[in-house]
Write a protein that binds this ligand. Structure first.
Ligand code: PHB
Length: 391
């Protein structure tokens, strides 16, 4: 198969890239190891920054998001006895939108269907070849077992942390930075109306808790747990008890309504950055190049911002043979990546007790500061609601 851009991975980054390229008349082929059903059901965070929403609107992908998503002005930050609302609109002039990654992925899939884009799901043994030559290529086994090959101008890795793209960059061609946190999140999806209008981030001596949601009738909640947690030790009742204790601590007149749990999983917490986000004719976007812990919901937004920078760079490269934006891509993307990496580390270390009494006092002091100083609250709001793409 000849094409201009081979895209490895049909998550939100790969699908959005193919959409943006298609709008400019640049042809792409997308390969994905998972099935379409799996990709569209994969539960991830659900907060879109204002610039993510702005981009989706601009490229005709915002209709359902505006109809079914919820605009949130801010978040609640709390610790036992105190709950404070931070109003991002007032502080930073921007809001966020609650819209699950599953929903965005479905919208992207339908938009690609409408454009006649063929996406090869269920492929195996994807391999990237000759990336530093003028003729890179990708081989794979298609869903029917046939050997296949793509001959593109450039390859883009949108295949996450464990895909073949990052692994195709030799150690000598990359620098990496990593932080593993000594805790994890136990996440649940429950069929029950949220007990709050906006997200609650709760510090508690027993551990962090987060009350998020997906719709008026579906709640998403998280509990800080040990990384080696066995889900069998967390029957539903224990989860709801811990959530009620951590989220309701010292707050008169607020109750958490429990409901049937439909999904339960343990999420590791890790920060990772690889630079540069390019190796010869391979460009990396989203989780293939960087991972953030979920606190602050930056992962999907970073992937969108990468692709928003990469699409015009690839259009200039393949249509005009102008490589200037492609040359600048990695550095420009990494500026935002490090801002989000810092912000999600900062939120994470502020909110998760780690058993160290000194750190506990620092966390309590920091929480008081961001909820009482307008300058500090504005810093949080600016980062959470997101900087304009390209900054
Ligand atoms: C979620 O709704 O899944 C979510 C929201 C905010 C976060 C993390 C996860 O910081």
């Amino acid at each position: 198969m000849r094409t201009e851009v081979a895209i490895v991975g049909a998550g939100p980054a790969g699908l959005l890239l193919s959409h943006l390229l298609g709008r400019e008349g640049v042809d792409s082929v997308v390969v994905e190891t998972r099935s379409r059903e799996y990709v569209e059901a994969r539960i991830r965070a659900g907060i879109l920054e204002s610039s993510t929403v702005g981009l989706l609107d601009e490229v005709g992908l915002g209709d359902r998001l505006h109809r079914e998503g919820q605009q949130h002005r801010g978040i609640y930050l709390q610790w036992p006895g105190e709950r404070h609302h931070l109003d991002f609109v007032e502080l930073a002039g921007r809001s966020v939108w609650l819209y699950g990654q599953t929903e965005l992925t479905k919208d992207l899939g339908l938009a690609r269907d409408a454009a006649g884009q063929h996406i090869r799901y269920g492929v195996r043994d994807t391999r990237l070849h000759d990336l530093t030559t003028g003729h890179p290529y990708v081989t794979f086994t298609d869903a029917d077992g046939g050997a296949a090959r793509i001959d593109p101008n450039v390859v883009v890795g949108c295949d996450g942390s464990f895909g073949p793209s990052r692994a195709a960059v030799p150690d000598a061609g990359k620098q990496t930075w990593e932080r593993t946190y000594p805790y994890a999140w136990l996440g649940i999806l429950a069929t029950v109306a949220p007990s709050t209008d906006e997200l609650i981030y709760a510090w508690h001596p027993e551990g962090f808790a987060l009350h998020s949601m997906r719709s008026a009738s579906v709640s998403r909640l998280y509990l800080q747990v040990d990384p080696d947690t066995d889900l069998d030790e967390w029957p539903d009742e224990r989860i709801w008890d811990a959530l009620a204790r951590r989220l309701g601590a010292g707050l008169e007149g607020w109750d958490l309504t429990p409901g049937p749990i439909t999904e339960k999983s343990v999420l590791p917490m890790r920060s990772f950055v690889m630079a540069p986000m390019r190796y010869g004719r391979l460009f990396l976007a989203g989780d293939a190049a960087h991972i953030v812990p979920p606190t602050g919901a930056k992962g999907l937004n970073l992937a969108v911002a990468d692709v928003a920078l990469l699409a015009p760079a690839l259009v200039a490269l393949v249509q005009k043979n102008d490589g200037r934006l492609a040359e600048a891509y990695s550095e420009a993307a990494l500026r935002r990546v490090w801002r989000s990496t810092h912000f999600s580390w900062w939120m994470t270390t502020m909110l998760h007790p780690n058993g160290d009494p000194f750190d506990t006092q620092l966390q309590r002091s920091q929480l008081r500061w961001v909820t009482s100083s307008r300058a500090a609250a504005t810093g949080l709001a600016e980062n959470y609601a997101g900087l304009p793409i390209g900054c």
